[in-house]
Design a binder for this molecule. Structure first.
Ligand code: ATP
Ligand code: ATP
Ligand code: MG
Ligand code: MG
Ligand code: MG
Ligand code: MG
Length: 278
């Protein structure tokens, strides 16, 4: 475009490039979903349709953005991990976050009728916020993922017990809250089992573990050496060659994207899928 006397305003734009050679996590979260869940009568404590809708939108985001290596979702949030060599949008935070948030939101609305055929959306429409955080090491990244999965477990155990006390035990919300105040995990398990014959271990995996989305290649046999650790230990060049990047990208585009409900805290998940962090 031609220069104009107005063009100087561009200089007001702030650089927001994320630190090179770090794992970028973009976490999105539904805005006001406590209210949103009430409006659409989400089942308590967990509406499976709503979780599956989140997973469908996340899968679509991953298919459109091959730079995302893994995603993890619970409740109204999803974390997307961009590979440390990612150069999409020159790693500009605002571009990465807004693209992921708007792509996710678009698909969430697009897939809504598939999961909620009897309750059409009406304004205010669902929206999501997003943030980006850089993690310098594989250990930091894995600790981040573990943090989210521990959160899933703590919240789900609490919510399952809370709603059992209300729905099956006839307590009101205040009484249920008081019953649970200060209880440890073992005590919640005990309440579920002794009062309601619910064995928490038998609850659906999606609710206990959340949802992991990744590209599925052939699994590596357990017992072979720990590639994830190797990757961490080898001093790697910051940039991969253009042809290497391009062939990796093509492989990622072709791979099947799968949603599973697995333990991502222990090593096994990562050891058997070394391509996720390499
Ligand atoms: P904010 O805008 O600050 O994120 P929020 O109301 O969305 O506010 P969160 O901490 O994100 O607060 O909590 C998500 C809320 O959405 C919780 O109240 C949770 O119970 C509800 N929710 C999300 N997914 C489901 C689901 N699948 N089934 C039932 N409730 C859900
Ligand atoms: P990027 O992802 O980098 O933004 P882009 O293709 O969206 O790539 P822009 O610079 O944003 O590039 O340009 C917007 C493009 O969309 C232009 O090619 C423009 O012609 C087209 N476009 C946008 N709105 C209209 C419209 N109302 N009618 C016809 N073409 C449009
Ligand atoms: Mg929030
Ligand atoms: Mg929220
Ligand atoms: Mg949330
Ligand atoms: Mg454009």
């Amino acid at each position: 475009m031609a220069n104009s006397k107005f063009e100087y305003v561009r200089q007001f734009e702030q650089l927001d490039t994320l630190l090179p050679n770090t794992w970028i996590v973009v976490r999105i979260d539904g805005r006001g979903f406590t209210k949103f869940a009430n409006k659409y009568a989400f089942e308590k404590p967990n509406d499976k349709r709503a979780l599956e809708l989140m997973n469908a939108a996340a899968k679509a985001v991953m298919a459109e953005l091959p730079d995302i290596t893994i995603g993890y979702g619970i409740s109204d949030e999803y974390s997307f991990v961009l590979h440390k060599t990612c150069t999409l949008f020159e790693r500009r935070a605002s571009k990465l976050i807004t693209t992921i948030v708007s792509t996710f939101t678009g698909y969430y609305i697009h897939f809504w009728p598939t999961y909620f055929p009897d309750t059409p959306l009406s304004p205010p429409l669902p929206s999501f916020d997003g943030r980006a955080v850089c993690y310098p090491s594989v250990q930091n990244l894995r600790d981040y993922m573990s943090w989210r999965q521990v959160d899933c477990h703590i919240n789900n155990l609490y919510n399952t017990t809370f709603w059992a006390l209300i729905q099956l035990g006839g307590l009101d919300a205040r009484e249920a809250e008081q019953t649970l105040a200060g209880t440890l995990a073992a005590e919640k398990n005990e309440i579920l089992f002794s009062r309601f014959k619910i064995n928490y271990n038998n609850e659906p995996e999606m609710l206990k573990k959340g949802s992991v989305i990744f590209r599925g290649y052939e699994l590596v046999e357990p017992g072979s050496h720990n590639v994830a650790e190797d990757v961490e230990n080898i001093a790697e060049p910051i940039q991969q060659s253009k042809t290497q990047l391009e062939s990796d990208r093509k492989k990622r585009v072709k791979a099947q994207i799968t949603v599973e409900h697995l333990d991502i805290i222990k090593d096994e998940f990562w050891d058997r899928r070394p391509w996720i962090l390499s």
